[in-house]
Design a protein around this ligand. Structure first.
Ligand code: GDP
Ligand code: MN
Length: 380
C-alpha cells in the first residue's frame, strides 16, 4: 500500500525525522485557512499516489493565505498521470540550500534492507543512477544486526558530505528512517529531497512510503490510511466484496479459480489474439455468491466486451460455479457474452445445468484454448 506524502510525513514525524509543519486541505478556502494558521510563506502540494508532481505543476509556493487559495485553485482537479488531485498538503515553505536523497528499500535479492544516499537529490534516483552511478552510496543492513552507527558514517562519508553539522543530522535521520522502515513493515521509505536549509538544518521535504500489504493487520493505524476513493470504482467494489481483482486494459474479462489458472487464462487470451480486461481469481470456494460478486466487479468495467470463465474443479465444484453463473444471470441483467470452460470435479453436472438453462448469451466450450478463442472473437 502506497501512502500519500502527508501520511508518510506523519510516520516520519512519529519516528523523529524532521518534517515541516503542515495542514491537509481539500478546497481553496481550506488552503487559505491552513496558510493563515501556519503563517508566512507556504508550499501547496498535490496529494496523489504518483511522483514527479513538481514537474507536472502540482507543487507551488505561495507568499500568504490569498496566494495559497489561488494556487490551490490551480492544483485541485489537475490530472497528474491519471491521478486527479482532490487533496492538498499545505506546509511552511522551506528555504533550500542543497537537495539530497535518502531512501531505504527492501532488496529481495539480498534479502536485506538497502540504503541509498546521494547528494544529487531533487531529481529521480533512476536519472542519477543512469548519469552518475558513482554518486550513489548503496549500503545493505543485515536485519539481524540492525542499524549501527557505522552505517550512517558510511553513508555520509561515502557521499562526500563534509559539513559536520549535516553529517550528524543525516546520521540521526538514517537511524530513525531504519527504525521507521522496520517498525512499519515498510517496503520503501524515500526522502527526495532531503534538504539542507541555508541555516544548515536537514529536513525531509518529501515522503514516499510503501507498506507491505500482508503486514497491514499488524498496523491498524496505517491500514486506516487507505484512501478508497483513489481506486477505480470496480477495484473499490472488489476490495469491499473480497474479490481478488486486478484491472488490465483489454476487452476480455477473465475469471478463473486459483491464481495460477487465472494467470494462465490471461496468457491464453493473449495467445488467442485478444487482450485481457482484468485478472480475477474466484479462489478455492467458487460458490454462487462468489461468482455473483466477481461478475458484478468485472461488468463494472465499461471496457469489458466478453467474459471468459475458466474453471478447473478441484475443491471448487463445477456444478456450484454453474449455479453461480445462472444465479448471477437471474439477479443482474448481463448482456455481455459469457464463455465458460468447466473441467474437473462435477464438470458434467455443471455443463448439464448450463445446457438446460441455456441463456442466450452463454457459450460453453470444451477446452481452455477454444474458450479463449471464442471469448476473443465475441469481444471483437
Ligand atoms: P515530487 O516532484 O512529487 O517529488 O514532489 P516534491 O515534494 O519532491 O517537490 C518537488 C520539488 O519542489 C522539490 O524538489 C523542491 O525543489 C520543491 N519544493 C518542495 N517544497 C518546497 C519548499 O518548501 N520550498 C522550496 N523552495 N521548494 C520546495
Ligand atoms: Mn520528491
Amino acid at each position: 500500500m502506497d501512502l500519500y506524502e502527508y501520511q508518510g510525513k506523519e510516520l516520519f514525524r512519529r519516528h523523529g525525522i524532521p518534517v515541516s509543519d503542515g495542514r491537509l486541505a481539500i478546497s481553496p478556502q481550506g488552503a487559505e485557512a491552513a496558510a493563515r494558521e501556519l503563517g508566512g510563506a507556504v508550499v501547496v502540494k498535490a496529494q496523489v499516489l504518483t511522483g514527479g508532481r513538481g514537474k507536472a505543476g502540482g507543487i507551488k509556493l505561495a507568499e500568504g493565505p490569498d496566494e495559497a487559495a489561488e494556487r490551490a485553485r490551480d492544483i485541485l482537479g489537475l490530472d497528474i498521470r491519471g491521478h486527479v488531485v482532490r487533496k492538498l498538503w499545505v506546509e511552511k515553505a522551506s528555504d533550500i540550500a542543497r537537495e539530497y536523497y535518502l531512501s531505504l528499500t527492501f532488496d529481495r535479492g539480498e534479502k536485506k534492507p538497502l540504503f541509498m544516499f546521494t547528494r544529487e537529490g531533487g531529481i529521480e534516483i533512476e536519472e542519477v543512477a543512469a548519469r552518475d552511478p558513482a554518486a550513489i552510496v548503496r549500503l545493505h543492513v543485515d536485519p539481524f544486526e540492525g542499524y549501527q552507527p557505522w552505517h550512517g558514517r558510511r553513508l555520509v562519508f561515502g557521499a562526500g558530505v563534509s559539513d559536520p553539522g549535516e553529517q550528524k543530522q543525516i546520521q540521526h535521520i538514517a537511524a530513525r528512517l531504519y527504525e521507521c522502515f522496520v517498525s512499519c513493515d515498510s517496503m520503501l521509505c524515500e526522502i527526495n529531497p532531503l534538504v539542507v536549509t541555508p541555516d544548515g538544518e536537514v529536513r525531509a521535504l518529501d515522503a514516499k512510503v510503501t507498506v507491505d500489504d500482508n503486514a497491514l493487520d499488524r498496523h491498524p493505524d496505517i491500514a486506516e490510511m487507505r484512501d478508497l476513493e483513489a481506486y477505480p470504482p470496480e477495484e473499490r467494489a472488489a476490495r469491499e466484496k473480497g474479490v481478488v481483482y486486478v484491472k488490465l486494459d483489454g476487452e476480455v474479462g477473465v475469471l478463473g479459480n486459483g491464481a495460477g489458472l487465472s494467470m494462465s487464462t490471461v496468457d491464453v487470451v493473449t495467445f488467442a489474439g485478444g487482450r485481457p480486461a482484468n485478472f480475477c481469481d474466484l479462489g478455492g470456494g467458487g460458490d454462487a455468491q462468489g461468482v455473483v460478486d466477481a461478475l458484478e466487479v468485472i461488468t463494472a468495467d465499461p471496457q469489458v466486451r466478453s467474459i471468459l470463465f475458466n474453471i478447473f474443479g478441484g475443491i471448487t465444484r463445477c456444478d456450484e460455479v454453474a449455479r453461480g453463473i445462472l444465479q448471477a444471470l437471474e439477479q443482474m441483467s448481463i448482456e455481455l457474452p459469457i464463455v465458460v470452460r468447466l473441467d474437473g470435479t462435477n464438470a458434467e453436472e455443471g455443463r448439464r445445468l448450463l445446457a438446460e438453462a441455456a441463456p442466450p448469451n452463454l457459450y460453453v466450450e470444451p477446452t481452455m484454448l477454444d474458450a479463449a478463442k471464442r471469448a476473443v472473437e465475441l469481444a471483437a
